[in-house]
Design a protein around this ligand. Structure first.
Ligand code: SF4
Length: 359
């Protein structure tokens, strides 16, 4: 996809952009809702009607019955999910259409269907429940809905797995291996009850015995922002700052989550920072924009990035600027809105609605 911001917006100064964004918001009032993910730049979050993680923002989008236009400052799969959950008269726009998610791209429809076809010999939909992480394209959400499964986010992954195991023997969890593993471990599953389906290998690189024994078949996908953190980073920050609390996102590797004081979704991390007593020192393992915002909002606490040196930025979240937001708000009737075909929407919506019910 090619996208180039018109020169007028590229060259506008910050104050001018803020004035123009404010003017559109005032003119449209409740007909417009700007949703911003926690990983967006601080200046973009300031203009959000709501800020949240992908679970909270989906829920908000689903509840915005009166709003005509939703501008989603996040990445493509999030805006697509909002589009699926909203009504026909509502339109969803992504201010920077190039904002995708590399993790979502690690699960291609054809590869997932090939895996599912193979897994049929182990019971298919009678025994195996598909669970798709929110970070997937709409087609995969539809696949999940069609075979009785649900979408999960890092906010409800425990509840989603429990829901799956109440109904079927095994779960097929994609695309984030770490979230699936960390959640399975928290539920008491042993290492050999979680196997990794490597889509680049025949039969996922697994033997029949491994699949028979497994409770979760994990997809070999990851988020490069969160796999940036290592066990050594945790050990080092504890050595350097005695008394530090370490809180990380469950997309981090299992050995990082194991060493942390707490792990959870971005919402969990935000609340952890809010609740910590004044004077606390907190090292966070997640995207840098959220960490910087937490440090800014809680100046009575010392809030630092866990690795101390790797700058874990999500380049895709960072793509959306005030320039993009101003351009989107002033031109959206002429811009391409997020679209999902009716057949995909029907099944994807089923899976997303199950997500909203399961907590
Ligand atoms: S932080 Fe990771 S999972 Fe989230 S949008 Fe960026 S690449 Fe995707």
């Amino acid at each position: 996809m090619y996208f180039s911001l018109p020169t007028e917006y590229r060259e506008a100064g910050i104050e001018e952009l803020k004035e123009r964004i404010t003017a559109v918001r005032e003119r449209l009032g409740s007909r417009l809702c700007i949703l911003t993910h926690h990983y967006q730049r601080m200046e973009v979050v300031e203009f959000g009607d709501r800020v949240g993680d992908s679970y909270a923002l989906s829920k908000i989008a689903a509840g915005q019955k009166e709003t005509e236009t939703i501008v989603f400052c996040g990445v493509h799969f999030m805006a697509e999910s909002a589009e699926i959950l909203t009504a026909e008269h509502q339109n969803v726009f992504l201010p920077n259409p190039l904002a995708g998610c590399p993790m979502a791209d690690m699960a291609e429809m054809a590869d997932v269907l090939e895996a599912w076809e193979f897994l049929k010999q182990f019971g298919g939909e009678d025994k195996i429940m598909p669970i798709s992480y929110m970070n997937t394209a709409a087609g995969l959400k539809a696949f999940t809905g069609k075979y009785g499964g649900l979408i999960c986010t890092s906010s409800n992954a425990d509840a989603a797995l429990k829901w799956a195991f109440d109904r079927r023997e095994k779960a097929f969890f994609f695309p984030d291996e770490n979230l699936g593993r960390n959640t399975g471990k928290k539920m008491g599953l042993k290492p050999d009850e979680m196997v990794v389906w490597d889509f680049s290998l025949d039969n996922g690189g697994l033997t029949d015995e491994q699949i028979d024994r497994a409770r979760i078949i994990l997809w070999k996908g990851h988020c490069h922002v969160h796999t940036n953190f290592t066990a050594e980073h945790v050990d080092e920050v504890r050595r350097e700052r005695p008394g530090v609390k370490v809180v990380v996102h469950p997309e981090c590797p299992v050995e990082v989550v194991d060493r942390a004081d707490a792990s959870g979704s971005t919402k969990f991390i935000v609340e952890y920072c809010e609740k910590a007593p004044s004077g606390s020192v907190i090292a966070i393992g997640t995207e840098i924009n959220l960490i910087n915002r937490m440090a800014h909002e809680h100046q009575d606490k010392t809030i630092i990035e866990l690795s101390g040196k790797t700058c874990p930025v999500c380049a895709n979240m960072y793509r959306t600027t005030l320039n993009d937001l101003a351009h989107c708000l002033e031109n959206y009737p002429d811009l391409k809105r997020i679209e999902v075909s009716d057949s995909t929407r029907r099944d994807a919506r089923l899976a997303l609605e199950r997500m909203l019910e399961v907590r």
